[in-house]
Design a binder for this molecule. Structure first.
Ligand code: HEC
Length: 181
């Protein structure tokens, strides 16, 4: 049985394909000078091929970088500014699922500046906010809700003042009434 298996294996050149015939050539041929020269030439050719391959890979990499640079430069300025300023801490498109109106985006960036110390030069916030509002605008019911919330926040001192006025006038009235009676 074992012999049969061995015979079968030997009859299968494909099964032994992972053994390189060159390995055998190495041992048996060193003796002859001609063979040595042939191997040297093969070795040199290999080295040249390898260098050529490396050169090609470097060229492909350089082309890739150049293409990337061109693509980057083709992007509008606000897009580039947003990526450079905001990807210091976030991955690009961190805000891909967020929707805000202009005020909402201004507030997000303001929070980044004052809470998280995001460095922005003068004027950059409005450029980024405009870009984000255009790219990730709030729509539908969410737009209404956001606007109402902002209004409520913006006018909250007014509400306080009104509440105070109303309370004060009541107290005043009560005081007058008690004075006259
Ligand atoms: C210095 C680091 C830093 C930079 C730069 C930065 N952020 Fe942030 N950002 C944070 C941190 C920390 C959080 C999480 C805490 C928080 O929400 O304040 C965050 C959270 C956020 C959130 C999610 C919170 C939310 O309101 O839903 C958004 C959106 C965001 N950043 C947008 C931006 C944009 C746009 C810029 C570019 C102007 C920016 N960030 C630049 C640090 C940074």
């Amino acid at each position: 049985m074992l012999l049969f298996l061995l015979g079968w294996l030997l009859a299968q050149p494909a099964a032994l394909a992972d053994i390189d015939p060159a390995d055998y050539a190495l041992k048996s041929s060193i003796s002859s000078e001609k063979e040595r020269k042939r191997m040297q030439a093969e070795f040199d050719a290999d080295k040249i091929r390898e260098a050529e391959l490396q050169r090609q890979q470097e060229e492909i990499e350089a082309q890739r970088l150049a293409a990337e640079k061109t693509a980057w430069e083709a992007l509008p300025y606000p897009v580039r500014l947003t990526r450079t300023r905001c990807t210091v801490c976030h991955v690009a498109d961190y805000y891909i699922n967020l929707r805000h109106n202009r005020i909402g985006w201004e507030l997000v960036i303001l929070r980044m500046q004052y809470l998280n110390a995001a460095p922005l030069a003068a004027g950059e916030r409005s450029t980024i906010a405009a870009h984000l509002t255009e790219t990730y605008p709030v729509t539908g019911d969410a737009a209404l809700i956001e606007a109402l919330l902002q209004l409520a926040v913006a006018f909250s001192p007014l509400w306080l003042w009104l509440a105070w006025k109303i309370t004060f006038s009541r107290i005043g009235k009560n005081a007058k009434q008690s004075f006259h009676s």
